[in-house]
Design a binder for this molecule. Structure first.
Ligand code: AMP
Ligand code: MG
Length: 431
């Protein structure tokens, strides 16, 4: 496995004092590796987990050609191109109860949605299109051969946009198992799946000023909110969380906490203690534990950040030392930690989509850093429109709470005028 130093030496324009967001992510993504470990679970218990192996379809779904509509199954060679034809109804096929006879020339079968296509028929005429007189069914001209018929194996084929018939992979390893995937797996008759084991992530807050909820605040103290946002984000990502509490700004206590975290988890996420001044003593202590780099990232909010790998008792864990400011913690988590943890989970979709939206407000912005403003995205007159939440300070959690998206102002971008288009990342379902 490459060392962090080796990974960094392959990164062009690496400057730890003004690192663009994309460069930091490049280093992080090439350094972190998926963890091993697979477990078998009943399908429902696998919700939110990551598929460990391809699921190969043991059957065609649906098993047989069947009717997509309520109507009449006919032989296309009976239909007239320009004149109506009248056929004789000889029976009915239901979903789950097929018509067993053969359909001869001039005959048709009443079919319900999902019924297996009767032998010799290939086309379904919807019931609304025909005229019925006893068992005489009159069908207007101009029907499409094969219409309203679902082919065997076609449903799944459509659902996932690729070849999913018997013997073909229905789902690829690395897929997140959402409700649709649970249903898809069940539709194949499969009751158990192999998923990646949960990622173990330890986290703690650092700071002499932090007080746990339930206690009275004294002058200069603040409640420790980061441990709640971190717990929430990690839990939403499907991690097994290990809460190591608040650790004081004391090198011995910090070292003990980092050792405990490294020995018990795949990754460690901390908040605070990486800003200039604090970083110096954290740096010296980290040097004993492993390989950690301290970055000033060209972004707002969330400039300082530490990243690396630490070891204790023969075990290693990736380390993400996030800044202490509450909004900066969330922003750096979303934009660096999230993707890294998904990579460690072997997820095959680690990147978030960006939308384009019209900005309702002007935004001041200097080129040379990436900014993540908190915004409210709405559909207005048929187009996405975004406005900023109130005060955007990096300590103001309220701006995160009111927001439903990040307005992403890229590294090179300058100020935005009202009416300009900006890139937006929707928060709902982010983590
Ligand atoms: P630091 O990065 O440790 O210098 O912290 C930057 C700012 O974030 C300071 O105002 C801290 O009081 C605040 N802060 C740090 N950790 C937390 C936390 N766990 N919860 C709430 N605020 C915090
Ligand atoms: Mg601090």
């Amino acid at each position: 496995m490459a060392t962090l130093k080796e990974v960094i030496s392959c990164t062009s324009d690496y400057d730890p004092d003004a690192l663009p967001v994309a460069k930091a992510n490049e280093v992080i993504r090439s350094f972190v590796k998926p963890v091993s470990g697979v477990e078998k679970l009943p399908v429902r218990a696998a919700l939110g987990r990551v598929l460990a192996r391809d699921i190969v379809s043991p059957i065609n779904v649906p098993l047989h050609d069947n009717s997509a509509m309520d109507g009449y199954a006919v032989r296309n060679d009976d239909l007239g191109a320009h004149m109506p034809v009248t056929l004789t109804e000889i029976g009915t096929a239901y979903a789950g109860k097929e018509f067993t006879g053969e359909v001869g020339r001039g005959e048709c079968v009443r079919v319900m949605t999902g019924a297996v296509m009767p032998t010799n028929t290939d086309t379904v005429i919807i019931q609304e299109a025909v005229t019925v007189e006893g068992n005489r069914i009159s069908i207007p001209p101009g029907q499409e051969p094969g219409q309203n018929r679902r082919l065997a194996g076609e449903d799944l084929h459509r659902l996932a946009g690729e070849d999913l018939q018997k013997g073909k992979p229905a789902l690829k390893a690395g897929a997140l198992l959402r409700p649709a995937e649970l249903g898809l797996i069940a539709s194949l008759g499969i009751g158990e799946v192999s998923v990646r084991r949960k990622l173990k992530v330890a986290f703690f807050s650092t700071g002499d000023e932090l007080v746990s909820v339930g206690k009275k605040l004294k002058a200069g103290e603040v409640y420790d909110s980061n441990r709640y946002t971190l717990w929430g984000m990690l839990t939403h990502l499907g991690c097994e969380v290990i809460d190591l509490g608040v650790v004081r700004d004391d090198p011995k206590k910090l070292e003990a906490a980092f050792r405990r975290a490294a020995a018990s988890a795949d990754a460690v996420v901390t908040s605070g203690g990486v800003s200039v001044g604090e970083a110096d003593f954290t740096k010296q202590m980290m040097a004993k534990l492993g390989e950690v780099v301290f970055w000033k990232i060209a972004m707002r909010p969330g400039r300082p950040m530490a990243f690396g790998r630490i070891r204790s008792r023969g075990k290693a864990a990736y380390l993400f030392g996030l800044p202490g400011n509450p909004v900066a913690v969330m922003v750096t988590f979303y934009h660096f930690v999230r993707g890294a943890l998904l990579t460690m989970m072997s997820r095959n979709d680690t990147d978030l989509p960006l939308l384009r939206a019209k900005s309702e407000t002007a935004m001041r912005k200097k080129p040379g850093r990436t900014e993540y403003q908190r915004g409210i995205l709405q559909l207005k007159n048929g187009e996405w429109s975004v406005r900023l939440t109130g005060a955007q300070g990096s300590g103001i959690l309220r701006s995160m709470s009111e927001a439903n998206c990040f307005v992403v102002l890229g590294h090179e971008q300058g100020s935005v005028k009202a009416g300009d288009y900006v890139e937006v990342m929707v928060m709902d379902g982010l983590v």
